[in-house]
Design a binder for this molecule. Structure first.
Ligand code: SF4
Ligand code: SF4
Length: 291
């Protein structure tokens, strides 16, 4: 779509919202989570200053190791999310200067990870968050099915879990915003229903066409995601994959799972069973020693 057509489409789309400014306070979680619409977060990368308050708040909210956010050396290399850090902020040098980009699970509207999970440990909640449950069998299909390489597995744990952002599911249920959104001093992160966020993103582009690239990342990628991004530079310059297309990944992963020989599906279940029995025997042994 060329620039003129894009702006025309935007103009039509935002008529109903023109003149309004979507603030973090207007998009409080109250009254939204119980509704039918997916909620999500709009990240305006032009507002982010790389303070990493979002990283700190995420760690505190989920009892993860709290990073030293005064340490700017982290920006010297590109970081990925990990089992102990569900969100990371990276720095990119661009023609428009430094751009800081927060990364986490995108909470896809039709998540590949959920479609791939044979035991429904990965769930798409009706409010939008994609969460993980303890009944995981450790097959890691969610990892290979994720277009954004997000789920991480605790390889070094005796009781490994999948670790990733859960959109602060526990906080949402209490009517609170995600911790990262609340902590951001720049309002670079805005929480709301996905429909409101798309409208707000379009309004910002329409009002400042010279400031933003005319694309909302996540509006259509992989069938749409609950995290949406605005940028001043093309998204491939700030670490986003732009080759993912607009087809939801479950359409691929279902085919992928049909192609997997049944032994590869049953093998992880068998290993989980062996692991459980071994652990149980160890526990019984320990209980016997302490009696
Ligand atoms: S980004 Fe990956 S882990 Fe997150 S919902 Fe989408 S497929 Fe699942
Ligand atoms: S808290 Fe806000 S401004 Fe600070 S790094 Fe995170 S997104 Fe950027």
């Amino acid at each position: 779509m060329d620039r003129r057509r894009f702006l025309k489409t935007l103009g039509a789309g935002i008529l109903g919202t023109a003149g309004t400014t979507l603030t973090a306070s207007r998009l409080k979680a109250e009254g939204v989570v119980g509704g039918k619409e997916f909620v999500g977060v709009l990240v305006d990368t032009t507002r982010c200053i790389g303070c990493r308050s979002c990283e700190e708040a995420c760690a505190e909210a989920h009892d993860l190791p709290v990073p030293d956010i005064s340490d700017e050396s982290v920006f010297e290399k590109r970081r990925d999310t990990s089992v102990t850090q569900w969100t990371v902020v990276n720095r990119y040098e661009t023609k428009k200067g430094e751009v800081f980009v927060k990364r986490q699970c995108m909470h896809c509207s039709q998540p590949g990870c959920v479609a791939a999970c044979l035991v429904k440990a990965m769930k798409k909640r009706k409010q939008g968050p994609v969460t993980w449950d303890e009944n995981c069998m450790g097959c890691r299909y969610c990892m290979v099915s994720c277009p954004f390489d997000i789920p991480k597995f605790e390889y070094n744990s005796w009781n490994p879990r999948i670790q990733k952002c859960n959109l602060c599911w526990e906080r949402l249920k209490q009517g609170e915003q995600p911790a990262c959104v609340e902590a951001c001093p720049q309002e670079a992160l805005v929480f709301g229903t996905r429909r409101e966020l798309v409208e707000e993103a379009k309004r910002r582009i329409y009002q400042r066409p010279e400031k933003y690239v005319h694309h909302i990342y996540g509006e259509y990628e992989v069938g749409g995601t609950e995290w949406l991004y605005l940028s001043a530079v093309p998204f491939e310059q700030i670490g986003f994959r732009t080759d993912l297309g607009t087809i939801a990944y479950p359409e691929y992963s279902t085919g992928f799972l049909y192609a997997v020989p049944i032994v590869l599906i049953l093998w992880p279940m068998f290993l989980m069973g062996v692991s459980y029995i071994t652990k149980r025997e160890e526990e019984i042994g320990r209980e016997g020693e302490t009696r």
